[in-house]
Design a protein around this ligand. Sequence first.
Ligand code: HEM
Length: 284
Amino acid sequence: MFSIGSQIVSKSKADIKASEGEKTLGGKRDLLSALLRVNMSTTIPETQRLNDTEVIAQIPSFFFAGHETTSAATAWALYALSVNTAAQTKLREELLAISTENPTMDELNSLPYLEYVVRETLRVHAPVVFNLRMAMEDDVLPLSKPYIDKEGKSHDSLPIHKGQMIHIPILAVNTDKEIWGEDADEFKPERWAKIPDSVSTIPGVWANLLTFFAGPHNCIGFRFSLAEMKALLFTLVRAFELEQAVPKGGIGPSITGLLQSPMVLAGGKGSGLPLILKPYNAQL
Ligand code: HEM
């Protein structure tokens, strides 16, 4: 990936130099070209620029943090809609009420059911399933509910030691029945019309979910990701009816590292999410 990244960076820099003065980033408007262009600007002090190695190191982040996550999330949304056909029909009706094939971001954001579908997908099928943090100092975590240890002793706080790794179960919190109710595991976009009060205790950066995490290192790309998902769903759900291609229960999560994507669970059909897409004709 480093050698491919080096080639991309060299080529992009040459393009930018060749088109000096143009606002079009050498004909390109991608994230890497924007980063390089800023770095090559003479108005930025040397100490504030990234060197080529640092720029190249961003490429795997764009791929894994930016591409794989949103791709998995969109696949999960299509899968969830293929199972919940009532939600699919309701979403399509809302999307077809828009008179353009190229809606603006404001138009997409004005669609409540699309927002519910995206939220519900990212709640039940959070692409990043857990996260890790290391404690930088000794601390004591207060607990909302005491726990009983194996000797039967009750504790209302949890001591944390410097250097200890903390596992943060994103998906488990997103689907906790004590927070979301007995149907917490189910994909029900309507729940977002009225979410339980208990949800307000979740400190996530977006939608009271831990999907994009919380705190100073929350996801920098979440707004971009939401825009991508909405645009993809807008186009696909207007154009196609989605049907399950494998019997109920045949699709489940494949977890690689921290990331879960939908795939066929059995039968040796390989990875990926098979779906039947039928062109939707609004006139029929
Ligand atoms: C559905 C899509 C996405 C999900 C579920 C997601 C999830 C997350 C999570 C859970 C974190 C926290 C990781 C940690 O601190 O250990 C994170 C961080 C990050 N995300 Fe995303 N992300 C998504 C899309 C994107 C996109 C589209 C981009 C870039 C365009 C992006 C770039 C990043 C970066 C650079 C960080 C590190 C931030 C930091 O450490 O300060 N992500 N993301």
